[in-house]
Design a protein around this ligand. Structure first.
Ligand code: HEM
Length: 119
């Protein structure tokens, strides 16, 4: 299941970048479609995350941190695209996006299920 979780967030991040460049090149309709599919992937990330979390027998603070960071990462993608649509500055949200994304991945890989790269 961690593979399904990884697949969903990798696809979501790709869709996020695609949506960005579609908007920047003025392709409104394709942007809307990609944004909609991206939102579906947010749900899939959360569902796979919850399925993995339901297997945990000992919940630690790190898990709570991982889940909060994961949700924040999704939130930042939505903020960037939302601000972009409104013509408002996105820089701050890009920075927060990259920071929380890296932290989410590092913490995810540190936690005991699936790949176990850092401990
Ligand atoms: C874009 C957002 C997210 C990213 C980039 C991300 C990334 C990751 C990574 C890299 C892992 C480690 C996988 C492995 O070792 O095989 C992981 C595991 C996990 N993720 Fe996420 N995740 C995200 C969102 C979420 C959300 C929203 C939830 C909860 C609803 C969640 C819950 C979990 C859980 C419970 C694990 C298992 C941790 C373990 O014991 O190894 N993730 N995630």
């Amino acid at each position: 299941m961690t593979h399904a979780h990884i697949t969903t967030w990798v696809v979501a991040i790709i869709l996020f970048f695609v949506a960005n460049s579609l908007f920047k090149s003025g392709k409104e309709k394709p942007f809307k479609i990609v944004h909609m599919v991206l939102r579906l992937f947010y749900v899939l990330i959360i569902v796979t995350g919850i399925i993995i979390a339901s297997d945990i027998y000992k919940f630690s603070g790190e898990y709570i941190g991982k889940i909060i960071l994961g949700i924040l990462t999704i939130g930042m993608m939505e903020m960037v695209l939302g601000k972009l649509k409104k013509g408002q500055p996105t820089k701050v949200f890009w920075i927060i996006f990259f920071v929380v994304l890296i932290l989410t991945i590092l913490l995810g890989l540190r936690l005991p299920m699936g790949f176990w790269l850092f401990r």
